[in-house]
Write a protein that binds this ligand. Structure first.
Ligand SMILES: *Cc1c(COP(=O)(O)O)cnc(C)c1O
Length: 495
C-alpha cells in the first residue's frame, strides 16, 4: 500500500463513530456555551484503530535516520544507539526534580561531572560547561566569554571578529548578536584561509580593534585547516582570542585535540558528534570548552567535585559551582539533561579507542563516497587531499540541471538529500556527510543513485526538474510555505 494515497482521517470520518465508551454521566448535562460551540469546527469521528493508523502513517512520511540514509552535511546525522535512549530514560534521571538540592541530586551531578571530564579529555581543554541547549547557543556563550575577557582587562576597543568565508552560517550571526562587527577572510584556491588576507586584517594599526577570530575547523568544505596553528598564533599576537567551532568533531576525536591548535574556547554539538537524535529543532546540547584564559568566564553553573565532601554533608561529593567570572546562566537548571545522559552513555560505551574509531570511519566513509561519485560530483577545493567527515561537491550535470533538482530527485530514490547551496563559496554546492554508522553497501547504493541521476540529467532532465514524484507534495513555494503555512486540514466543501 502506498502510504501517501490512503485517505486522511477526515475522509474516513463517520457520524457517531467513536473510539471511547464513556461511563454514564452522574451529573446533569449542560450545553456548551454558545461562544465555545463552533459550528465551523469539523472534528472527525473515528474508532481508535483509525486514529492510531493515521498517526503512524504520518510518522512514515518523515525522513529519519532510523528509516533512511541521511547524509545532511554539517549535521552528523548518525545512527543513535538505542542503549543511549535507555540510559537517558532511567527513572533516577527522568524523575529527578530540578529544584532538589545538590545533596539529593548526586547521581545527576556525578554524570555531568564525568561527562565534563570526558569532553575535556577528548578536546584537551581545561574547563567545560554543559549549560547551552544548542550549538549556536554555545557559540554565543563563547563569544560573550571573549567579550567579557577583553572588558575585564579594561580593553573596550576590540569590536571586530574575523570569520573565514568557509565558516558555518551561525558564526557571523553569533558575532552580530554579541555586538561585534565581523570581517570576512576569503579562502585561497586550495580551500584554506588566505594567509595574505589574514595578515592584512591583523597587522599594523589594525590589531587595536581586533577581538578575535571565529573559525570552523574542519570547515564547511570538509577540509582541515592546514595552517591552523599559525593562524591562532597570529591572532594571539595581535591581542585577540580564537573561537573554534567544534560542532563537527566527528572527524577529530582521538586524533587531534583542538586545545592544542591554539583555540581559547570552543563548543561541541553533543547532538551531532555524541549521538542524540536531532533535527526539527532539538533538543540539543552545546558543551562549551575553554582553555586557561577563558575558564573563569564559562557559563554556569558547572558540576564540581570536592573529594572529601563538605563537612555538613559528607556524602555530597558533587555540587554545582559558578565559575569565578562567569558570563552567567544560559538555560534553566542543568541544561538539556537527557542529552547529557545520552552523550555520557555514548562516550562510556565506546571509550577512548572507540571514539577514535568513530572518527577514523567517519573520515574513511566520506573519502570513499567522494571517490565513488567524483566523476559527476567533483569537489572544487582540496580534491588532491583527503577530506574530513564530509565533502562539498559542485555538480554540473548539464541541461540546466541545478543542485536543487538533484536533491529533490534523491528523495525519489529513498535518500535524504545532502545539504545544498552551502557554503556560499561553492557554486551549486552539494555537501554530503555520510557518518561512520553507514555500511559500505549503503554508501555504494547512494553512489549508484547519484550516478543514475547524472544519467537522467542527460536523457530525461524533466524527471529531475519535476522531482520529487513519490511524496504527498512536490516542490513547494518554500518562501510562501514558510510565511503562510497551512497547518490544519482544510475540509472539503461537503463537510
Ligand atoms: C550544526 C552546526 C552549528 C549549530 O548548531 P545548532 O545546534 O544547530 O545550533 C554550528 N556550527 C557548525 C559547524 C555546525 O555544523
Amino acid at each position: 500500500m502506498n502510504v501517501y494515497e490512503t485517505p486522511t482521517v477526515y475522509e474516513e470520518s463517520s457520524p457517531g463513530r467513536s473510539g471511547v465508551i464513556l461511563p454514564e454521566a452522574d451529573v446533569p448535562e449542560t450545553p456548551l456555551p454558545e461562544k465555545l460551540a463552533r459550528k465551523d469546527l469539523f472534528l472527525p469521528e473515528l474508532d481508535e484503530a483509525a486514529v492510531v493508523r493515521h498517526f503512524t502513517r504520518l510518522s512514515r512520511k518523515n525522513f529519519s535516520v532510523d528509516g533512511q540514509f541521511y547524509p545532511l552535511g554539517s549535521c552528523t546525522m548518525k545512527y543513535n544507539p538505542r542503549m543511549n535512549e535507555e540510559a537517558a530514560s532511567f527513572r533516577g534521571f527522568r524523575l529527578s526534580h530540578p529544584l532538589v538540592p545538590d545533596s539529593g541530586n548526586q547521581g545527576n551531578l556525578e554524570l555531568m561531572y564525568r561527562l565534563q571530564e570526558a569532553l575535556k579529555a577528548v578536546t584537551g581543554f581545561e574547563g567545560c560547561s554543559l549549560q547551552a541547549a544548542a550549538g549556536a547557543q554555545g557559540e554565543l556563550a563563547g563569544i560573550l566569554m571573549i567579550r567579557a575577557w577583553h572588558l575585564s582587562r579594561g580593553d573596550r576597543e576590540r569590536k571586530r571578529v574575523l570569520i573565514p568565508d568557509s565558516a558555518h552560517g551561525t558564526n557571523p550571526a553569533t558575532c552580530t548578536m554579541a555586538g561585534f562587527g565581523t570581517e570576512t577572510i576569503p579562502s585561497d584556491a586550495s580551500g584554506a584561509v588566505d594567509m595574505a588576507a589574514l595578515e592584512e586584517a591583523v597587522s599594523g594599526g589594525k590589531a587595536a580593534d581586533l577581538a578575535g577570530l571565529m573559525i570552523t575547523n574542519p570547515g564547511t568544505l570538509g577540509l582541515f585547516e592546514k595552517n591552523i596553528a599559525v593562524i591562532t598564533a597570529m591572532i594571539h599576537e595581535a591581542g585577540g582570542l580564537v573561537y573554534g567551532d567544534g560542532a563537527n568533531m566527528n572527524a577529530l576525536m582521538g586524533i587531534v585535540k583542538p586545545a592544542d591548535l591554539g583555540f581559547d574556547v570552543m563548543h561541541l554539538n553533543l547532538h551531532k558528534t555524541f549521538s542524540t537524535p536531532h533535527g526539527g529543532g532539538g533538543p540539543g546540547a552545546g558543551a562549551v570548552m575553554a582553555g586557561k584564559t577563558l575558564c573563569p568566564f564559562l557559563p554556569g553553573p558547572v558540576a564540581g567535585k570536592s573529594p572529601g565532601g563538605c563537612p555538613a554533608e559528607p556524602d555530597s561529593r558533587y555540587r554545582l559551582e559558578r565559575p569565578r567570572q562567569s558570563i552567567g546562566r544560559l538555560k534553566a537548571f542543568n541544561g538539556n539533561f537527557s542529552v547529557l545522559a545520552r552523550a555520557y552513555a555514548y562516550v562510556r560505551t565506546l571509550g577512548a579507542a572507540g571514539l577514535k574509531r568513530v572518527s577514523e570511519y567517519a573520515v574513511l566513509n566520506a573519502n570513499y563516497l567522494r571517490a565513488l561519485v567524483k566523476d559527476d560530483y567533483p569537489v572544487p577545493y582540496g580534491a588532491d587531499r583527503p577530506c574530513m567527515h564530509e565533502f562539498t561537491a559542485s555538480p554540473d550535470l548539464g541541461n540546466g540541471i541545478h543542485t536543487i533538482d538533484i536533491a529533490k530527485r534523491l528523495i525519489d530514490y529513498g535518500f535524504h538529500p545532502p545539504t545544498v547551496y552551502f557554503p556560499l563559496i561553492v557554486r551549486e554546492a552539494f555537501m554530503a556527510e555520510p557518518t561512520e554508522t553507514e555500511s559500505k553497501e549503503t554508501l555504494e547504493a547512494f553512489a549508484l543513485a547519484l550516478k543514475a541521476i547524472a544519467e537522467e540529467a542527460g536523457t530525461r532532465p524533466e524527471l529531475l526538474r519535476e522531482a520529487p514524484h513519490t511524496t504527498p507534495v512536490g516542490r513547494l513555494d518554500e518562501t510562501a510555505a514558510a510565511r503562510n503555512p497551512i497547518v490544519r486540514h482544510v475540509p472539503k466543501p461537503e463537510f
